[in-house]
Write a protein that binds this ligand. Structure first.
Ligand SMILES: [Zn+2]
Length: 106
């Protein structure tokens, strides 16, 4: 199942993402090949290490690619091999937040 939402405030990222991190991209210390989380104040789509794996693209509200990725997580189940991911972007044009989530097994 694939979910996509547009909101005026972050849905997945923490509300203070813009000030809570000193860097645009902060990998979680527990990241492994089975799962990874990236937080931060945001990096452009093309600079994000998950951009291909998570099929990242631009703002759902206005269509702009001028966005920053502020949260991304990806994981795979060792039991089923199914993958799960979420990411959230803030649009530099319309300032709306687009969150997308994917769950392979439903
Ligand atoms: Zn936009």
């Amino acid at each position: 199942m694939f979910y996509e939402t547009v909101q005026e405030s972050p849905r997945i990222a923490q509300k203070d993402y813009a000030t809570a991190f000193s860097k645009g991209l902060v990998p979680d210390e527990e990241n492994t090949w089975l799962g990874m989380v990236f937080r931060g104040s945001g990096v452009p789509l093309e600079e994000h290490p998950c951009k291909d794996r998570l099929h990242m693209h631009g703002c759902k509200n206005c269509g702009s690619d001028n966005v920053l990725v502020i949260y991304a997580q990806w994981s795979v189940s060792t039991h089923s091999g199914d993958s799960y991911w979420d990411y959230e972007i803030i649009c530099n044009e319309c300032r709306m937040f687009t969150a997308r989530s994917f769950n392979e097994n439903d």
